[in-house]
Design a protein around this ligand. Structure first.
Ligand SMILES: *Cc1c(COP(=O)(O)O)cnc(C)c1O
Length: 480
């Protein structure tokens, strides 16, 4: 049985002993509705403070995290999150502020948000920013609501959203949630949007195309200027999924490529801790003519003071309580200031260099379906290893025994047995070389004894589980 904290309980153990209270006990049960009163005896574990400390410290180390292992999870940009971000986000003035605080007494927080908006404008080239959305997918949702409202306003009925087959699943899901029909277009043999295919489906019912650039294969969409010209000529808008911004900061901007609406994942590119569902922040940026559609409030400055502006005439309304995930905004702001403009460009250059280094060193051992210069990530196929008896899932599980978090697997969908590898700029050459060695070693093990590889991992707290059962019927209860 797993070591849940209950197994360590010993009757009578205590962490803290309180002195006897000088106030007489009072029965409060008459203030609570009868049906809400708990009649059963509550069973709680009884432990000393030291027991609790060791239990949770050990538990925290059973997991993989960016602070303890290499974490090349493609598309997720698991870069190191500098601890100074945590320091600034924890400052009293930020943690003890209330969202209902009068603007006059929250000038510092508003200034921070305003400055962050300005920085993101500079980085993306967009004209206006809203910090409200709480994640990338949430930013997509806000962005596509803007597309919808824009065409309603100009009186055009457009029902279609075009999405490349390499897109992240949130793109089609978002378009559908906003009431659009999605049209998938196939990538060409170079792994890029097929311009002829695009021309075939583009018409006056097309509201938008949703693109990621570099795309999820880690390849730069070289025809982006032609694509944006075609899309705009058809009267449609270009939506930019900014999850891969880590590859292009300071080098190019979505606006230069012709995009009208952009979301960013602050938790990826701008180094705020994420994983396991959040927290995140997915600000959106738009062109001048869409600025009035942004969710409210946006933070403005009148030359004297900062204020929250609710007065946007075509606004899609609110998409989140208050003003966004403020703590994440503080972290991203800290990171941007710390790096500076040149530093951010260096981030992208190093991220691209690291990915190409791994790609070149591994392409003779694993199949590389698109053999060209990549951006910040690349996709290998485990086809050759599968033929020898171990599929990509087997390789991913084996990696954990070498203390490496597996890459993203089985995505993008257009590569068989996909392994999507994103080293990020924060890793040293030694770490990259170790990863290369381990990947080669796994291939040798597969040649020697595939059955043995399939028994891995053996060093993790849990070895192989029935994946379907673990996802559908997780047993999270403690049992005797
Ligand atoms: C991560 C990601 C998203 C979704 O972002 P969340 O912040 O997880 O909601 C969308 N598109 C791509 C390409 C991504 O990598």
């Amino acid at each position: 049985m797993a070591e849940v904290i209950y197994t360590k309980s010993k009757t009578g153990r205590r962490g803290v002993k309180f002195p006897a209270s000088g106030v007489a006990e009072k029965d409060l049960s008459k203030f609570i509705a009868e049906n809400l009163l708990n009649k059963a005896k509550i069973k709680l574990p009884e432990l000393t403070e030291l027991d609790v400390m060791r239990y949770f410290t050990n538990l925290s180390q059973k997991n993989f995290s960016i602070d303890n292992v290499f974490y090349p999870l493609g598309s997720c940009t698991m870069k190191y999150n500098p601890k100074i971000n945590e320091y600034t986000a924890g400052l009293d003035g930020f943690t003890n502020i209330h969202p209902e605080q009068n603007e006059e007494f929250a000038q510092g927080a508003l200034e921070l948000m305003y400055n962050l908006q300005e920085q993101l404008k500079e980085i993306t080239g967009m004209n206006a920013i809203s910090l409200q959305p709480a994640a990338g997918a949430h930013g997509e949702f806000a962005g596509m609501l803007i597309v919808k409202k824009y065409f309603e306003k100009i009186g055009e009925k457009r029902t279609k959203v075009i999405i490349p087959d390499s897109a992240h699943g949130t793109n089609p899901a978002t378009a559908k949630m906003c009431g659009f029909d999605t049209v998938e277009i196939k990538s060409n043999s170079d792994g890029l949007v097929d311009v002829e295919e695009l021309k075939r489906v583009l018409d006056n019912e097309t509201a938008a195309i949703m693109m990621t650039n570099p795309n999820t294969l880690g390849l730069f969409e070289e025809n982006i200027l032609e694509i944006s010209k075609l899309v705009h000529e058809a009267g449609a808008l270009l939506y930019y999924d900014g999850a891969n911004l880590n590859a292009i900061m300071g080098i190019t901007k979505p606006r230069i490529m012709g995009f009208d609406i952009v979301h960013l994942n602050l938790h990826k590119t701008f180094s705020t801790p994420h994983g396991g569902g959040g927290p995140g922040a997915g600000p959106i940026g738009v062109t001048e003519n869409l600025a009035n559609f942004l969710p409210v409030p946006v933070v403005c400055f009148n030359g004297e003071k900062y204020f929250l502006n609710y007065d946007l005439k075509d606004t899609i309304g609110k998409v989140k309580a208050y003003y966004g995930n403020f703590g994440i905004l503080v972290r991203a702001y800290t990171y941007i200031l710390m790096m500076g403009g040149k530093g951010l460009r260096q981030v992208s250059e190093d991220a691209v260099l690291n990915a190409n280094y791994l790609k070149e060193k591994l392409k003779n051992t694993y199949k590389l379906p698109y053999d060209k210069i990549c951006m910040h990530e690349f996709v290998l196929s485990g086809d050759l290893q599968k033929e020898k008896g171990v599929n990509t899932m087997g390789i991913a599980k084996r990696l954990m025994d070498s203390n490496i978090h597996p890459p993203t697997v089985y995505f993008p969908l257009i590569v068989h047995e996909a392994m999507m590898i994103e080293p990020t700029e924060t890793e040293s050459k030694e770490t990259l070389d170790n990863f290369i060695e381990v990947m080669k070693e796994i291939n040798r093990e597969i040649d020697e004894d595939p059955e043995l590889v399939l028994e891995r991992p053996v060093k993790t707290p849990v070895s192989r589980v029935d994946e379907t059962l673990a996802a559908r019927q997780p047993n999270l209860r403690f049992c005797e």
